[in-house]
Write a protein that binds this ligand. Structure first.
Ligand code: IPE
Ligand code: IPE
Ligand code: MG
Length: 217
């Protein structure tokens, strides 16, 4: 079965740029081109939702120049996107620079009625923060059940996370969708994110389809 929801940890942008003799910041526009290829193939393959990890709560520790490069790429994407995908953001958007918060609200609003595949961009997102936030909501409403808790997670509008793919060779989750990944199939690829293309999506789906999922049974 095709995965309904794939999460991509888009790692290796900086290393890709360094290997090309470019500055690390040049890896992010190249990463955006890869994202467009990956999304377009996911849509063709009928994947319902794609979550991408673009900036973690820990990435504030990066140099200012690198953060600004990432913010600029995302802002340009938001302002120029003219496709037909519904785009949502997960993470603490209010902490971002005003111009970026504005373009995020604007693209979410502009694409909210688009049918088909959802692209969920995890930005200033951390799995632990999201879990604590959901717990806080349940606590303040005085209702703590599996249902109210899951409704309070940033991913509540998405199907169950079937598969997590991390590029760049590291084999860890780095605080990505910790609750949702409980039974996700994990796929680690050596290639850096900017090298991803449509054929990689086909290979990922093929790998996923070969996995035997038992959910503990
Ligand atoms: C991942 O790419 C994307 C972000 C953290 C924004 P990196 O910037 O971590 O690239 P590498 O892993 O250092 O090559
Ligand atoms: C994970 O990559 C975060 C994103 C892809 C946005 P990092 O490069 O920040 O993670 P670590 O430092 O390798 O764990
Ligand atoms: Mg990295």
């Amino acid at each position: 079965m095709t995965p309904r929801h794939i999460g991509f940890i888009m790692d290796g942008n900086g290393r890709w740029a360094t290997a090309q003799g470019l500055s690390r910041a040049d890896g992010y526009p190249a990463g955006l081109l890869a994202l467009r290829r990956v999304i377009s193939r996911c849509k063709e393959r009928g994947v319902e939702a794609v979550s991408v990890y673009a900036f973690s709560t820990e990435n504030w520790a990066r140099p200012d120049s690198e953060k600004e490069a990432i913010f600029k790429v995302v802002d340009t994407f938001n302002r120029t996107y003219d496709g037909d995908t519904k785009i949502t953001y997960s993470g603490n958007i209010a902490m971002l620079p005003d111009y970026l918060e504005d373009s995020i609200c604007e693209i979410e609003d502009r694409t909210k009625d688009n049918p088909g595949t959802v692209l969920n961009i995890c930005f200033n997102y951390g799995g632990r923060d999201d879990l604590l936030h959901a717990a806080e909501i349940c606590f303040s409403h005085g209702r703590f059940s599996k249902e109210t808790f899951e409704r309070a997670l940033a991913s509540s509008h998405l199907p169950p996370l079937d598969c997590v793919v991390r590029t760049g060779g590291e084999m860890r989750l780095s605080n990505f969708m910790l609750y949702e990944a409980a039974y996700a199939e994990l796929i680690f690829l050596v290639k850096n994110w900017p090298d991803m293309d449509e054929t990689d999506v086909d290979k990922i789906i093929e790998l996923f389809e070969k996995r035997k999922r038992t959910f503990g049974a």
